[in-house]
Every structure is written in C-alpha cells, then in structure tokens.
Design a protein around this ligand. Structure first.
Ligand SMILES: Cc1cc2nc3c(=O)[nH]c(=O)nc-3n(C[C@H](O)[C@H](O)[C@H](O)COP(=O)(O)OP(=O)(O)OC[C@H]3O[C@@H](n4cnc5c(N)ncnc54)[C@H](O)[C@@H]3O)c2cc1C
Length: 398
C-alpha cells in the first residue's frame, strides 16, 4: 500500500508492481501528480546531471548517499528514452522535458499500468494501525489490510494542490522524530519600512552572489536575483532560503563580475560625469537610482569631486549588501519543505523505519531537501527505487 501518488509514490509503485508485488496506490487529490505538472514552469526539471549528496540539506547529510548512488540521473534518463520523451539540458546541468511535464506523469502512469498497480484516486488515507501481521488502514474507500505501507505524502508546500501533514503525523504515531519543518526554496520578505526604497525595483533581475549566516557564511550561490514588491526572489534567493534561519542576515554581492572599487576609482580619474550617471553604467540604471536616492547630493556631484572614501563606501555597500529578512512567503509559495521524518530512524538502504517493520518513508516527507535545479525529483526517484527494491526483497523473504 503506497500513500501518495506524487513523484515518489508513482515511481515506487511502478517499480514494485513490475517486480511482481501487488500494489495499491492511493491519493486524496482530485488531479494526479499536480506538483509534477506545475514543476519547472510546466516542463519538469526532472533531474540534475551533477547530483551529489552535497546538493542536499539534512540533519544527517550522509543519509541520501546510498539511494542516490544506486539510482542515478542516468537511470531516469534511460526510463525517459524507453518512453521516447525528448529532453534538453539547461543552465547548470538541469534537465527539462522539451514539450511538457505531462509526459513525465503519463510515463509514470504507464509504468504503473505495466506493473498492474491498482490506483484509488481521490481517496485519502485517514489512519494506519499496526497489527500482528502488518497494518490496517482506514481510507475513504474502506479498510485495507497490508503487509507493508509506504508513506509518500510529500511536504507541506502548496496546500491548495493537496499537501497535507499526514505523513508527519503518521511518523510521530510510530515514534519517529520530525526534524522541524519549514518552507524552503521560497522568496524572502522584508518589513515594509526596510523595503520601501527597493519596492520600486520590483521585476528587476540581475546576477548576484548570496550567502547567509552569522559570522561563518553558509550556502554561497551565484545565480540571478529578482526584486519583488515584498522582498527578494529568483534562483539566488530561493537557494539561500533553504539555509536561512530567522533572525539571520543575508549578504549579497550585487556586482560579482565587476570590481566596483576599481571601476569607480578609474571613473574618478577619467570621467567628467556625475556619480549617478557613472554608476548607472556599471550596474542596472534602476538599481543605481534607487541606491543613490537617499543621497541626492552625492549622486549629483561630478566624479572628479567625489571623495575616495565615499566611493569606496558605495562600492562596499553594493558588494556586501547585508539585510535581515523578516520572513518568507511561506508554504503558499515554497517549492519544497525542509526538515521532515528524521533519517536517523530510517534505513538509508531501504527507507524502512527502524521503529516499525514494514513501514517506509520516501520522497519529500523525509528530512532530505535538494537545492533548486532538479535535485528534489532526483531524490524522489532514488528513494522510491531504494524502497521498491526493499519491498520486493522483504516480501520474498516472508
Ligand atoms: C511550483 C513547484 C515547482 C517545482 N519544480 C521542481 C522542479 O522543476 N524540479 C524538482 O526537482 N523539484 C521541483 N519541485 C519540488 C518537487 O515537486 C517535489 O520535491 C516532489 O514532487 C516531491 O515528491 P513526493 O512524491 O515526495 O511528493 P508530492 O509530489 O508532493 O506527492 C505527495 C502526494 O501525496 C498526496 N497526499 C498527501 N496526503 C495524503 C493523504 N492523507 N492521503 C492520500 N494522499 C495524500 C498528495 O495529494 C500528493 O499527490 C517543485 C515544487 C513546486 C511546488
């Protein structure tokens, strides 16, 4: 019995079914695999060729190693080839469908059909009880007895398309610890007063580097940054949001490719123009205007009359912009949920609970969170494959 017909649940069901297991897959959502459908802007960034354990956050960072090594991006690519699905590589080894994420859903459904998987949808799992020889589940379509239960209920992100906390509640019921959950891969927000000078930049995007942490930096990323009405988004910010903790600052270099100290010093020696005009040649004009809005005299003064220390200070602030987010846009906008079922109570080989034999957790419900760029789906496929192999082995040994 597999609860949750998302990426991990569908993949696990197909694999287990094709190896001879009788599989029932249930999902409470009216539509199948909505997260796959909306992923990657409708083209599903289904894996990343450069996947390594270093691309994942977890309280137990080595846990993901075994499953990722045994089911690689090449394995998923081979599956796409068998289904004649065309794909392309984008930025930073991210792979997307040429046409549509619907193709990935159709492929996973076909794999389930080949494995004679029975699917009940919509049908919610309401409760799970341990029995002497397995489990009994209450579902919307009645009671089900099963030897093995796979929990593939995903994270808390985007509740309006079916996310629930059922998997976490079930884990707790069986004695598991939950690493505190929080929205990740999510835009950051600032208090309206701090953000007022930058709100007009909404829609502007530029290349940046970003890190977080008090003292020692965590998670340095070089990606695009997007200004929004309420704060910051774009790949750089989504990436750092997974590492950001409440109360900590983020540090941003708004001009990573150009040394503004040197460029402004050179302009002082050579240019007749005003600082405002000169800066607008070095960084996007709207950013230069917003940045100098609080010091109009400085902006209007010709380069030759600028003090070295004012120019150095300006360059410093643009290279080391430090600001404290007030929060995030929350689960409503988060692509994933960080935290989850504590992996110290799961087998990294099989995803089986070490507290309840026959109970498995796969995909995003587990405390393994990938970076932006196809890593979360790769974790869903890999953890599902590890689990499917174990289901087959353990049912054969019974
Ligand atoms: C907008 C968006 C874009 C994304 N883009 C990408 C991307 O391009 N690349 C990438 O790698 N990752 C992406 N992700 C993340 C990725 O979608 C998830 O990490 C992945 O879907 C997790 O797979 P899962 O099977 O664990 O969970 P899910 O795919 O979320 O599936 C869980 C399923 O469980 C069901 N369920 C929950 N509770 C119950 C219950 N009680 N009874 C029955 N069913 C239940 C839900 O309805 C759902 O169908 C994106 C996420 C979002 C929100």
């Amino acid at each position: 019995m597999i609860i949750g017909a998302g990426a991990a649940g569908l993949h696990c069901a197909g694999k287990a079914g094709q190896r001879g297991l009788k599989v029932l897959l249930i999902d409470h959502a009216a539509k199948l695999a909505e997260k796959i459908r909306i992923s990657g802007g409708g083209r599903c960034n289904f894996t990343n060729l450069d996947t390594t354990p270093a691309n994942f956050l977890s309280d137990n960072p080595h846990f993901c190693r075994s499953a990722l090594a045994r089911y690689t991006p090449q394995d998923f690519i081979a599956l796409l080839h068998r289904h004649r699905i065309a794909w392309h590589e984008k930025h930073k080894a991210q792979l997307f469908c040429d046409d549509s994420s619907e193709q990935v859903i159709a492929m996973l459904v076909r794999e389930c059909e080949i494995g004679h998987v029975e699917r009940w949808q919509p049908c919610a799992a309401r409760a799970v009880r341990a029995e002497a020889d397995g489990f009994e589940l209450d579902t919307d379509r009645g009671k089900v007895k099963t030897a093995q239960v796979v929990v593939a209920t995903g994270g808390l992100s985007i509740p309006k398309i079916g996310a629930t906390d059922f998997g976490y509640r079930l884990a707790r019921q069986f004695g598991h610890h939950i690493v505190t959950t929080r929205p990740a891969l999510v835009p950051l927000t600032f208090d309206p007063v701090t953000w007022e000078p930058y709100a007009a930049l909404s829609g502007m995007s530029l290349a940046a580097t970003i890190a977080t942490g008090k003292g020692k930096s965590r998670g340095g990323f070089a990606e695009d940054l997007l200004f929004t009405h309420r704060g910051l988004s774009g790949p750089a910010v989504l990436q750092i949001s997974s590492y950001w903790q409440v109360g900590e600052p983020v540090r941003i270099d708004l001009s990573p490719a150009l040394d503004l100290h040197a460029a402004l010093a050179q302009a002082k020696a050579a240019s007749q123009r005003r600082l405002g005009n000169e800066l607008a040649e070095l960084i996007p004009r709207r950013l230069a205007e917003a940045w100098l809005a609080a010091s109009p005299e400085l902006a209007a003064k010709p380069m030759a009359d600028q003090r070295d220390r004012d120019l150095a200070d300006l360059a410093d602030r643009l290279h080391r912009w430090e600001l404290k987010p007030q929060g995030t846009e929350g689960y409503r906008k988060a692509e994933v949920t960080a935290g989850g079922v504590d992996t110290r109570e799961l087998s990294s080989q099989t995803m089986e609970s070490s507290l309840a034999r026959g109970l498995f957790f796969i995909g995003e419900v587990v405390d393994v969170t990938g970076w932006l760029g196809g890593y979360n789906f790769q974790w869903a496929w890999a953890s599902a494959a590890a689990c499917a192999g174990a289901l087959v082995a353990s049912s054969a040994s019974r």
